[in-house]
Design a protein. Sequence first.
Length: 170
Amino acid sequence: MRIEILAFGKLKEQYWREACGEYIKRLSVFCDIKISELPEARLGKKPSPKEIGNCLEREGEALSARLAPRTKLVALCIEGRRINSESFAEFLDECAKSGFGAQFAVGSSYGLAEAVKQKADLELSFSAMTFPHQLARIMLLEQIYRAFGILKNSKYHKQASIRAAKISQK
């Protein structure tokens, strides 16, 4: 399966780059994964709502130009659906079985353009809380890795075995 993360900005801190590199290495066993870093539109220190909107629009156009055929687009956004890890694994499994890849859009510090969200096959939220976009990228990589662990019945995802043990105790 082909997976691409389209993310705005670079990971500036070494610890983010190391975490990202570790997950890419782990995931290479399960899929063809790639991270494409897109340039963030520049804003001043106190941008107006209009400037932010224009910025998001430019970023949305750049991201849209990178969308590949036969892929499902997943937009990471706070207002998206919250699903558990097993459901996320099922989503990736359905993509793979139907011959689709997956592209994940991780916005800049102001999020994603509405046009990108409207094109998305899934709007996904990790939480009602706000996270820095650098951390969101690492969280996404971890969840993709966990999804493949679930699909392969690996020991990495313990939740399924915990649930099975509780059911057998009843």
